[in-house]
Design a protein around this ligand. Structure first.
Ligand SMILES: Nc1nc2c(c(=O)[nH]1)N[C@H]1C(S)=C(S)[C@@H](COP(=O)(O)OP(=O)(O)OC[C@H]3O[C@@H](n4cnc5c(=O)[nH]c(N)nc54)[C@H](O)[C@@H]3O)O[C@H]1N2
Ligand SMILES: Nc1nc2c(c(=O)[nH]1)N[C@H]1C(S)=C(S)[C@@H](COP(=O)(O)OP(=O)(O)OC[C@H]3O[C@@H](n4cnc5c(=O)[nH]c(N)nc54)[C@H](O)[C@@H]3O)O[C@H]1N2
Ligand code: SF4
Ligand SMILES: [Mo]
Length: 714
């Protein structure tokens, strides 16, 4: 081994997984940099990943619970014992005919993640900790354009032409990074003469960089886009070529009829943006050579599918699909299937829907993934018996976190200790979720493991594959969760796990591309078929049944959603008098979710520059009405909980909203616990409690809620 070398691999300080170079000196990780192969970008979080690799709080041995769930008392056990506990329980569950009552929550690094393979082979319920964030958009894109089932495909900002428009509708690209290169690419595009327009109730960093900040009412985005669509259609300012060539016959007429009364004036009354501004942005878009729209929080609401639908209609009638600066529609990389391919259980046959039993409303819209949000509900209804979490921390991140903690502690009905019979958490450091787990399993960090990252689209890779590889030796007895699932597969479902190990699994998948893990390493860890390509539909049509864009969704006629409804999310419309404010949560670059992994980073949270509290942002007018001064302690209460927090009076937030940084409130971890941060999820209701407000795609009405505040009495 050379004394010092730069090894190409992939970051995992956040879910963007940028390509990086890691400098390793005599077997010790020393430094991180962006990988020049994919644009040389790494953010501060990514570069500070080094300080976590050797953090004294890293878990290094499997642990077994000895106290009650939640007490956090453990004893070390061997891997053999841990494997036996899991394998025995899973064998039992399957024998009882309840295999579908296993679920694993994890972040899938690839659509061929071996954990998924295990769930499908065993018959477990597919559940994931991530791509629900914008599942409504994914479904909307599939329904309208036959797009690919890929989490977050933002506009390719590096392709925005001069005069192009970038609309951020509930997207904080400079804070909620989804790739370290995005902020740079946005700024570069602005330098080239593109315009940035930010729709956000909060004056974020993006808003500060924007050419125009529009402080929209939370969940008003559908109405806003419908208002623009009305203006474009009525005034014949749409892309006539695209509409006549690429929209399914008859759909445009249906749209015309539907939007006749969705005038900017009518929509203004819903979204609280003036009709004049709705028209102005519509006109700007009609004139611009391209418009790209990005959203995350805008699409994480109870009317999420409606917004996804309005968003796709807007892109279609302005011709901004698969063009430079518009919405990319990537191709699929042809990976080779590892035979035999397990199909997974037929949940409908088992009487199951994606939100658990008896949710008829959701029956027809089953998607490949199940949000974590319904775990508490499923446990209460005896629908979830074994839960394995990896790379997620629902005890803190789950909306209605207290409900999750309560549900995992519910006693069994027939003398069992708990209704949820086994709870396993793979982690790097002890987390809130680990405190409830029966088994805490020490995972390998992203510097210690193999992983083939494969999604149809990654921002700075284009489509293709990226290899994460071990650059240093694993600490202690750490084992990668994927290896553990493969071993469970070999024990319980051997016909689907005939390959030797993860590397061979990846070699088979890569074989159709003429690649292997070895070859990928020689190539610098990255393979892509080349340029992303534009307007690919001209050659092959869209992936919809008609080969054209579908604006009208006849399969949703029965539930009144064949066209997007303009209404605000029901959660925000209810109990307005009792709870006069909408609380919105947001992210910033230093923190990743609620994760121990970044909150414990001493480089990001040192005594001088670290962020140790998340004050409640309140507009100066609202504060004046309530007699509040900057720094006052306030009580904030919602339908589900109450917190005390310091008020921070600012101008840059709507007077009817309050802002709270998401991800604070850690109760474990030396650095993570520093300061007075509070968790927003004490206030936000559990999704199981608000099923009636949930959207067809799985209910996203979670990241905000209605609250009231009052000064805390001394
Ligand atoms: N640093 C960092 N980066 C991350 C993450 C992280 O935890 N930390 N998490 C990753 C994950 S899992 C995700 S899902 C993404 C999330 O990425 P984003 O959604 O971009 O991140 P947020 O800051 O939570 O929310 C964006 C903005 O939406 C605004 N907003 C809230 N409600 C509405 C609304 O109804 N309409 C509109 N127009 N705006 C609204 C908020 O004020 C906020 O400024 O970030 C990813 N990247
Ligand atoms: N109020 C509110 N709640 C929200 C959101 C919001 O905006 N507002 N956002 C929601 C969204 S979009 C999402 S995606 C979820 C995210 O919620 P989670 O998926 O729970 O994500 P994190 O909170 O970042 O927790 C990640 C955990 O993984 C651990 N980890 C990091 N790397 C590894 C690894 O390599 N191996 C293992 N085993 N563990 C690792 C970290 O230590 C951390 O404990 O939160 C949701 N909750
Ligand atoms: S955005 Fe930053 S933390 Fe996230 S993967 Fe990229 S470099 Fe790492
Ligand atoms: Mo997310």
């Amino acid at each position: 081994m050379k004394n010092s070398e730069w090894i190409p691999t992939a970051c995992y300080q956040c879910k963007a997984e940028c390509a990086i170079l890691a400098r390793v000196e005599k077997g010790v990780l020393k430094e991180i940099r962006g990988n020049p192969l994919t644009g040389s970008k790494a953010c501060v979080k990514g570069m500070s990943g080094v300080s976590l690799q050797y953090h004294p709080e890293r878990l290094t041995h499997p642990l077994k619970r000895v106290g009650k769930r939640g007490e956090g008392q453990f004893e070390p056990i061997s891997w053999d014992e841990a494997m036996d506990i899991m394998a025995d329980k899973l064998a039992q569950l399957k024998e009882r005919g309840e295999a579908h009552k296993l679920t694993a929550s994890f972040f899938p690094h690839s659509i061929t993640d071996p954990k998924w393979r295990f769930l499908n082979a065993y018959g477990g319920f597919i559940n994931t900790a991530l791509p629900h964030c914008d599942s409504a958009k994914i479904i909307a894109f599939i329904k309208a354009m036959g797009g690919v089932p890929n989490h977050h495909i933002p506009p390719a900002f590096f392709t925005v032409p001069q005069g192009g428009i970038m609309i951020m509708a509930g997207r904080h690209a400079f804070g909620g990074l989804d790739d370290a290169a995005i902020p740079r690419d946005i700024l570069d595009a602005q330098e080239r003469g593109a315009k940035l327009v930010v729709l956000d109730p909060l004056f974020t960093v993006d808003a500060a960089k924007a050419d125009w900040w529009i402080p929209i009412k939370p969940s008003g985005d559908t109405a806003f886009f419908l208002g623009m669509i009305n203006h474009l259609v009525v005034n014949e300012r749409y892309d006539k070529d695209f509409v006549s060539n690429w929209i399914r016959e008859g759909d445009f007429d249906k749209l015309k009829a539907y939007i006749a009364d969705k005038t900017p004036e009518a929509m203004s009354a819903i979204c609280d943006v003036s009709a004049q501004d709705i028209r102005k942005l519509a006109e700007m878009c009609a004139e611009a050579p391209s418009v790209g729209v990005d959203s995350f929080k805008g699409i994480m609401l109870g009317q999420a599918l409606d917004f996804g639908h309005a968003w796709t209609i807007f892109l279609a009638i302005t011709g901004n699909i698969d063009n430079p600066g518009g919405q990319p529609l990537p191709d699929l990389t042809p990976m080779t299937a590892v035979e035999p391919v397990p199909t997974g259980p037929d949940l409908a046959e088992l009487g199951w829907h994606r939100t658990g039993p008896n949710r008829d409303k959701f029956a027809n819209y089953a998607f490949i993934m199940e949000p974590t949000w319904y775990q508490a509900q499923a446990i209460k209804e005896d629908g979830l018996k074994v839960l394995i979490t990896a790379e997620c921390n629902p005890a803190l991140t789950e909306m209605g976190q207290a409900e999750w903690c309560k549900a995992v502690c519910l006693p069994g009905d027939h003398g069992e200790e708990y209704k949820l019979e086994l709870l396993v958490s793979f982690e790097l450091m002890m987390s809130e979720t680990c405190q409830y787990a029966d088994l805490v399993l020490p995972d390998r960090s992203y510097f210690e493991r193999w992983e083939l990252l494969y999604m149809p689209w990654w921002y700075n890779y284009g489509h293709g594959v990226v290899l994460r590889r071990p650059v240093v030796e694993a600490l202690g007895e750490c084992r990668h969760a994927n290896d553990v699932f493969i071993e469970l597969g070999k024990r319980l479902e051997p016909e689907y796990f005939a390959f030797t190990d993860l590397r061979e699994y990846y070699d088979i998948e890569l074989s159709g591309l003429g690649l292997s893990v070895e070859k990928l390493m020689e190539m610098g860890g990255h393979w892509s078929p080349g340029a992303m390509g534009f307007r690919k539909y001209e050659a092959s049509g869209f992936g919809t049944p008609s080969g054209k864009v579908h604006l009208y969704w006849e399969d949703l006629e029965g539930v009144g959603q064949a066209m997007p409804r303009p209404d605000l999310a029901p959660e925000y419309e209810s109990d307005v008098e009792e709870y006069p404010f909408t609380l919105i949560s947001y992210r910033s670059i230093f923190h990743q979710g609620s994760g121990q992994w970044t909150h414990n980073n001493p480089q990001l949270r040192d005594g001088r520059s670290g962020v140790f509290e998340n004050p409640l942002l309140i507009n100066s007018r609202a504060a004046k009405n309530l007699g509040l001064s900057d720094g006052d302690m306030v009580n904030v209460s919602s339908r589900t909980g109450e917190i005390q927090v310091k008020a921070k009076i600012i101008e840059g937030i709507r007077p009817d909203c309050l802002g709270l940084h998401h991800g604070f409130g850690s109760s474990i971890g030396k650095v993570a616990c520093l300061g007075d941060g509070v968790s927003d999820n004490i206030l936000i209701p559990d999704s199981g409690m608000t099923l009636d407000w949930q959207d067809l795609v799985g209910g996203e009405s979670h990241v905000s809620t209605r609250v009231r505040i009052g000064k805390k009495e001394a």
